[in-house]
Design a protein around this ligand. Structure first.
Ligand SMILES: *Cc1c(COP(=O)(O)O)cnc(C)c1O
Length: 389
């Protein structure tokens, strides 16, 4: 056995695809300490920089004072402290759904939703670039999986038509793709839902707090707030905390409470995570300036990168893919950027398809003009030295 592991690790290394954990310490909302130096962090998903907001941090501390450090039980036993009900009501009202159910994280939420609602005789249509948690959930559901081309509604419809009318059909898509930063054609997919009686499940992990007039996500952006069969979203990205939620009608949520194994058999989130998420949600509901400042940074960085000649593909918003292709080239660029004080990760297979290794930058609200100017300067230098621009 050990030999097999050793061999496979060697292969991973040869392919330039080896991963090592890098331990850091945050300095402030956009900087980290790593191996004795300070770096600008260009790979945080805390888009609104709320994880260090004083109100959010205070809410986490207050929740600990009131409830203790851990809940030490699953939600079905004694872990459902009343903070859950408050946060579930808040997030359901914000997103325009009847009811919410909080899971311990997004991975478990997708597992709980997809593997519980879809079963052996069903078919699930899945975008080819969907997140690993969605892919694993589909496997666990035992439904048949049909992959459609990325954001390609025509291909999706063609594949739906091949299936018997009587088969129960699910469509699952991220609304903002985590490694490509592009937005799903949700309105067009929704028309197919009505035409073919599909069950539509969307993952708004990267859209929550960022897209739509009030930050309610791509559903809101495309005029569909509250209309999906189930929406999954997380507290761990723009909301600066940890945890995730399913949104749906009361019946579906009641069913998940009784059947979703990833809800039933894991320890409930600590109060601090719930308190922080609730505070962050309140901030974005009451104050549009967080989102506005984020989008000012997004526009500034995107224009700068565009002027330098980077191809940003179809991305919109805070996630910026710079696709370089070869794994080793992406790693080389990552190292060169580190030398220039920029911390980010080269994203390689299996996180992205083979041959599309990339740098994935994220733009957050807490970046200053100086931060962004120095990032653009470093990216220009590195991009030129490898012949990308
Ligand atoms: C991050 C992410 C998840 C998982 O959420 P966690 O709370 O980190 O487990 C699920 N789906 C997508 C699209 C994500 O980007």
């Amino acid at each position: 056995m050990r030999e097999r592991l050793q061999q496979e690790l060697e292969q991973i290394k040869e392919a330039g695809n080896y991963r090592e954990i890098r331990y850091l310490k945050p300095v402030n909302e956009s900087r980290v300490w790593y191996e004795g130096s300070e770096y600008l962090n260009l790979c945080s998903n805390s888009y609104l920089s709320l994880h260090t907001h004083p109100d959010v941090m205070k809410a986490a501390k207050d929740a600990i004072d009131e409830y203790g450090a851990g809940t030490c039980s699953s939600r079905s036993v004694s872990g459902s402290i009343d903070l859950y009900a408050l946060l579930e009501d808040d997030v359901a009202a914000f997103k325009g759904y009847q009811r919410a159910l909080i899971f311990s994280n997004g991975y478990l939420a997708n597992m709980g939703i997809i593997a519980t609602l879809a079963g052996t005789h069903d078919v699930i249509f899945s975008d080819e670039l969907n997140h690993s948690s969605i892919i694993d959930s589909i496997r666990l559901s035992r439904a048949r999986r049909v992959i459609y081309r990325h954001c390609d509604v025509e291909d999706l419809e063609k594949k739906i038509r091949r299936e018997p009318v009587s088969t129960k059909k699910f469509v699952i898509t991220e609304t903002v793709f985590s490694m490509d930063g592009d937005v799903a054609p949700l309105a067009a997919i929704f028309r197919l839902k009505e035409k073919y009686d599909l069950h539509l499940i969307v993952d708004e992990a990267h859209a929550t707090g960022v897209f739509g007039e009030r930050g309610r996500g791509v559903e809101e952006l495309q005029g569909l707030a509250g209309l999906m069969d189930v929406q999954m979203g997380t507290f761990g990205k723009a909301l600066g905390s940890f945890g995730a939620f399913a949104l749906s009608d009361s019946l579906t949520i009641e069913y998940l409470v009784n059947r979703a194994r990833t809800f039933m058999y894991t320890t409930a989130l600590p109060a601090s995570a719930l308190g922080a998420a609730r505070s962050a949600l309140q901030l974005i509901r009451e104050d549009g300036s967080f989102k506005k400042e984020l989008w000012e940074n997004i526009d500034y960085m995107r224009q700068g990168l565009h002027k330098l000649g980077f191809d940003l593909k179809q991305s919109e918003g805070p996630i910026v893919p710079i696709v370089v292709g070869e794994d080793s080239k992406a790693v080389r660029m990552q190292k060169m950027l580190l030398e220039q004080g920029i911390f980010l990760q080269a994203i390689r297979p299996p996180t992205v398809p083979a041959g599309t290794s990339r740098l994935r930058l994220t733009i957050v609200r807490g970046l200053t003009r100086e931060d962004m100017n120095s990032a653009l300067e470093a990216l220009a230098q590195v991009g030129r030295s490898v012949g990308l621009i």
